[in-house]
Design a protein around this ligand. Sequence first.
Ligand SMILES: Cc1cc2nc3c(=O)[nH]c(=O)nc-3n(C[C@H](O)[C@H](O)[C@H](O)COP(=O)(O)OP(=O)(O)OC[C@H]3O[C@@H](n4cnc5c(N)ncnc54)[C@H](O)[C@@H]3O)c2cc1C
Length: 216
Amino acid sequence: MSDYTPTERTKIRRKPNRAVYDEAAIHAILDEAFVCQIGFAMEGQPYVIPTNYVRVGKRLFLHGSAASRMFRALAAGTPLCLSVMLIDGLVLAPTATGHSINYRSVMVLGKAQPIEDAQEKFAAMRAFVERVIPGRWPGVRPPSEQELKATMVLAVPLNELSAKVRTGPPIDDEAEYARDVWTGVLPLKLTPGAPLPDPRGKVSIPVPEYVRNYSR
Ligand SMILES: Cc1cc2nc3c(=O)[nH]c(=O)nc-3n(C[C@H](O)[C@H](O)[C@H](O)COP(=O)(O)OP(=O)(O)OC[C@H]3O[C@@H](n4cnc5c(N)ncnc54)[C@H](O)[C@@H]3O)c2cc1C
């Protein structure tokens, strides 16, 4: 099993016991989440913007309007810091400072590379749709040449990255457990609600299985 080698910038120093560099474990976090936050600076001002992504091999693909300020800046080589996190639970400790979150997070440093090739852009669009909801692509109209031209696709290489994972119960000292207060973990999970049909959609079409059985 291979690892991502940490650099000076991605070596986890604070609580290093929570560091994860294992490639399969990091890919699993990236594949479970599908929204990332992208931090970048323009004229000295940092911005952090949420956006969708899909992992294909050792690259994350981003897509957006060719008119987007963020996409234009990233395509021009502005360095980025991309982060993803999943919240698994609230950790309720005896002490205020002992409270925590069970989480899995990934941070990627680097620069994005614009994807110009129409076929590669098309493949990335397909990967996006299938990542958000597997089974969706065959039924929808694929992007036209014009739509692909108006869409910027960027690839962020998974070269310099780290992951951090907290699991388990509170870790306060034994003496703190003298107080009468409930302690433990409240697990949290993203779950789908009941599907809401599009008022302009075809009523004769039943909710597909990939929507009914969607889970994260
Ligand atoms: C949902 C959530 C809630 C959190 N709440 C708190 C909080 O309330 N208080 C708090 O102090 N910390 C919290 N953390 C942890 C926080 O993300 C940092 O890890 C921590 O603050 C240490 O930061 P640092 O810059 O000192 O880390 P350092 O260890 O000095 O960072 C060095 C390198 O380690 C890597 N790294 C650091 N943190 C992460 C991470 N979370 N994921 C992936 N790579 C990472 C990066 O590559 C970074 O450049 C939380 C994390 C998550 C995901």
